[in-house]
Design a protein around this ligand. Structure first.
Ligand SMILES: [Zn+2]
Ligand SMILES: [Zn+2]
Length: 230
């Protein structure tokens, strides 16, 4: 047992039973039954691909997610973001993300064709310094190790946006507008295929805004890739 476990004993995020972050009884509550909705029109779509009729020049092409954003997922992701000392939880969620995403045939078909980059959705500078890590980058690195897709921080966050949590869909869109710009050090994006990685997708406003910036910079295809989907 390491020191961290001694100070912060592991307990189930759902029922508080000590031993692990998710105990054997609560594990089945993690759901891989993810909604397949078009991020543009919010209606059902095959494999979460954006409907051809919903596509425009700078729109996102689709979004794949590992688990459903249900009660237990909310608790896990809250701990992932706000309890930085829980390093085993980071490992647990990274593995959950990787193992579920690689089961997605559509995703595997995409990566078999062409060169891809993974770009974590960035945090605002002061938030990153306070937290010490970007949870989206942790997820990206885990998948990168498994599939050999390079990770690059292509975007910077210009605004310390309010948490999207309590906002309506319209407010979210307004809140995130012009929140990102391309990192100066980014490669030329012409003809690049990019996965934008984030912890959760809800209305998709963050991913759509970030995809817009990448496509304006010349990216060819942009898909979202998230741990959870609301
Ligand atoms: Zn439990
Ligand atoms: Zn649509």
């Amino acid at each position: 047992m390491n020191l961290i476990d001694l100070i912060f004993p592991k307990k189930c995020v759902n029922c508080a039973k000590s031993g692990d972050y998710v105990c054997a009884n609560c594990l089945p509550f993690i759901s891989f039954d993810v909604k397949n909705l078009c991020l543009v029109c919010d209606k059902p779509t095959y494999n979460s691909l954006t409907h051809p009729k919903c596509k425009s020049r700078y729109s996102i092409d689709g979004c794949f997610s590992a688990i459903s954003y249900n009660k237990i997922a909310r608790k896990l992701i809250f701990n992932f973001k706000y309890k930085p000392y829980l390093s085993d939880l980071k490992t647990f969620l990274s593995e959950l993300f990787v193992e579920s995403i690689i089961q997605n045939e559509q995703f595997m078909k995409l990566i078999a064709n062409g060169e891809w980059l993974m770009a974590p959705v960035p945090l605002y500078g002061s938030k990153l310094r306070k937290r010490g890590y970007n949870q989206a980058e942790i997820l990206s690195i885990a998948l990168s190790k498994k599939l050999n897709i390079p990770v690059q921080n292509l975007l910077v966050r210009l605004k310390d946006t309010k948490s999207q949590f309590k906002l309506t869909k319209e407010e979210r869109k307004e809140n995130i507008k012009e929140a990102f710009e391309l990192d100066d050090r980014s490669l030329k994006l012409e003809a690049r295929n990019i996965f934008l990685v984030d912890d959760v997708v809800t209305t998709g406003s963050t991913l759509k805004e970030a995809a817009n910036v990448l496509k304006r910079a010349g990216a060819k295809v942009v898909f979202g890739l998230t741990l959870a989907r609301d």
